[in-house]
Design a binder for this molecule. Structure first.
Ligand code: PMP
Length: 311
């Protein structure tokens, strides 16, 4: 159960958590017209720091643009709002959820005249697939549901409606005793998890599906592409046939919530040695050292949150 914090940011103001409500006839409720983000703020020795904040807010603005949704704030203003929110709630580490939605006004599919309301909330959130998952890996399946096809819902937009597809993938996986599902794209190639991008390792080389395979352009995905390069591990974006999963040395998920989560079995095929492999481990080590402020932030990925002023 979500643990409430004190404040939520709404259209430029900090309001009380319990006041951040919407009318049931808001456009978003019937028609799924929202775009959102998921961002992590990590505890470092010099205070809380938000990971890749400008990139997340840029994606938020991009997501809205794809849906002709006008957000009254720039990516820069949204970033400032996120810092203000974390600071106001006095959290050392948290998950931040910005949401823009078509609100209350007209009814009907066309929501262009409805107000676009913007909210930012944050709360304490642990490891998405469990603490143990990061070290041991998770058991997953290939979903019988495909990822959204091109020319249906645009995958590059992180829209609320996309997550109906994600929910089908996730619910089926859990119902069958797995912790996550991997969706194929409409051509039958590997796309991504219900809320994670995916990476496959074979013969020391890493491959991840391209943006054309109906994937979300993950910020963690991009982080891994850079870190793998720095670690001199060959990495590329390319079409991943389903069966490559079963003969891989390693497979792992990436995502803000999932961070870097190794996969130890897929459809009951044991992957590699059935536990976290050396590539995932090396990437995790580098990733956590940077986000927790133990290694130099050489890409400027951390936005510090100043301590709240004592009154
Ligand atoms: N794919 C989907 C469908 C997601 O929901 C997420 C989580 N935002 C990701 C991939 C990973 O993206 P990111 O690394 O930016 O969190």
């Amino acid at each position: 159960m979500l643990k409430p914090t004190e404040k939520i940011w709404r259209n430029g103001e900090l309001i009380r958590w319990q006041d951040a409500t919407i009318h049931v006839l808001s456009h978003v409720v019937s028609y799924g017209s929202s775009v959102f983000e998921g961002i992590r703020c990590y505890e470092t020795k010099s205070g809380p720091a938000i990971f890749r904040l400008p990139e997340h807010m840029r994606r938020m603005v991009d997501s809205a643009r794809i849906y002709r949704m006008e957000i009254a704030y720039t990516a820069q203003q949204l970033s400032e709002a996120a810092v203000e929110l974390v600071r106001a709630n006095g959290l050392n580490s948290c998950y931040i959820r910005p949401i823009a939605l078509r609100g209350y006004g007209d009814m009907g599919v066309f929501g262009g005249k409805n107000p676009v309301d913007v909210y930012l909330a944050c709360w304490e959130w642990g490891k998405y697939l469990g603490e143990e998952a990061l070290a041991q890996g998770v058991d997953v399946c290939v979903s019988s549901w495909n990822r959204i096809a091109p020319n249906t819902l645009p995958a590059l937009s992180k829209a609320g409606a996309n997550y109906m597809n994600s929910q089908l993938i996730k619910m089926e996986a859990l119902a069958n005793g797995y912790s996550e599902g991997i969706a194929l794209d409409s051509n039958g190639y590997v796309s991504e998890g219900s809320g994670e991008n995916i990476f496959v390792v074979r013969d020391g080389k890493i491959i991840t599906p391209p943006l054309g395979a109906s994937v979300l352009p993950g910020i963690t995905r991009d982080t891994i592409l850079k870190l793998a390069h720095d670690l001199n591990i060959p990495v590329s974006e390319g079409i991943v046939p389903r069966e490559l999963l079963y003969i891989a040395d390693e497979v792992f998920f990436s995502g803000t919530a999932a961070e870097i989560t190794p996969i130890r079995s897929i459809d009951r095929y044991t992957i590699g040695k059935g536990r976290r492999g050396p590539v995932a481990e090396a990437l995790q080590k580098e990733f956590f050292a940077i986000v927790e402020g133990r290694a130099e932030d050489r890409y400027g990925w951390l936005t510090p949150v100043p301590a709240a002023q004592l009154v």
